[in-house]
Design a protein around this ligand. Structure first.
Ligand code: NI
Length: 138
């Protein structure tokens, strides 16, 4: 299997908060990410496709097409937005790096399948900071 990755970045606001829990629980659980007036992160995402190189092109996936899928599905909806309020596919979701990786994966899965003759979406990694990273794979 060959793994091909496209890296992108976006900037967004969020707040980690569980409305079913009291303020003390939220503060103790989420710390500064629970701040009521939001805060921002410079997110980096890595989208990896796995497959065999197509004999006609040598590519597992056309990275230009993968870039467009990421732009259409993720960046156009998340960049310079509030992840709690502005993103249709994150409605009701606590926007942790873990959940972002999972929901980004499902948001792109079908489009990646459509541009990829010999492979499929393998994983989505979300870097919330340089040191805090979540990865989703099926
Ligand atoms: Ni945060």
């Amino acid at each position: 299997m060959v793994y091909v990755t496209r890296k992108e970045h976006f900037t967004a606001a969020h707040r980690l908060h569980n409305p079913d829990k009291n303020p003390e629980w939220n503060q103790a659980t989420f710390g500064p990410c629970n701040h009521h007036n939001w805060h921002g992160h410079n997110y980096v995402i890595e989208v990896t496709v796995a497959g065999q190189p197509d004999p006609e092109t040598g590519y597992v996936v056309d990275l230009g097409k993968l870039k467009k899928v990421i732009e259409d599905r993720i960046l156009s909806k998340c960049d310079h937005r509030n992840l709690n309020l502005d993103v249709d596919f994150l409605e009701g979701v606590i926007p942790s790096a873990e959940n972002l990786a999972k929901f980004f994966f499902h948001e792109m899965e079908d489009d990646v399948m459509a541009i990829c003759k010999t492979g499929s979406l393998h994983s989505v990694k979300v870097f919330e900071t340089e040191r805090n990273i979540a990865e989703y794979r099926e």
